[in-house]
Write a protein that binds this ligand. Structure first.
Ligand code: AMP
Length: 114
């Protein structure tokens, strides 16, 4: 079951966001609570609740989202590297239940994550 989220409202332009990229399938915008100098979210316009819900029919879309993240990271000037993160469910720390890829960069990132 899908539930309307804050990201669906951003897609429909019902609430503002700092959008940095858009095409037919995907949207990218700056995270409202950045955890690094560059923190951008890439989302599908089609609602997939979480990565563990993705199925083989989403193969092309998931590939598109990764390549979009690569392109947005390059556009953001992250030539020294960056991290892509997908949080899934409660233990993964997911808070917005519309699939999204975090692009984090602009500083050296620690490992392991908390
Ligand atoms: P996650 O914890 O992986 O579900 O990540 C959700 C992310 O969405 C968090 O990093 C939030 O800061 C971010 N977020 C929540 N609401 C908004 C919003 N209105 N605009 C931009 N980013 C948001």
């Amino acid at each position: 079951m899908t539930v309307d989220t804050v990201f669906d409202k951003i897609i429909r332009r019902e609430i503002p966001a700092d959008i940095v990229y858009e095409d037919d399938l995907a949207l990218a915008f700056k995270d409202i609570n950045p955890q690094a100098p560059v923190h951008i979210l890439v989302i599908p316009k089609q609602q997939i609740v979480k990565i563990s819900d993705a199925r083989s029919q989403h193969r092309d879309l998931l590939g598109h989202l990764l390549l979009t993240a690569q392109q947005v990271a390059e556009q953001a000037g992250l030539e020294n590297g960056y991290r892509l993160v997908i949080n899934d469910g409660a233990d993964g720390g997911q808070t917005v239940y519309h699939l999204h890829i975090h692009i984090l960069g602009g500083r050296s990132l620690g490992w392991p994550p908390g």
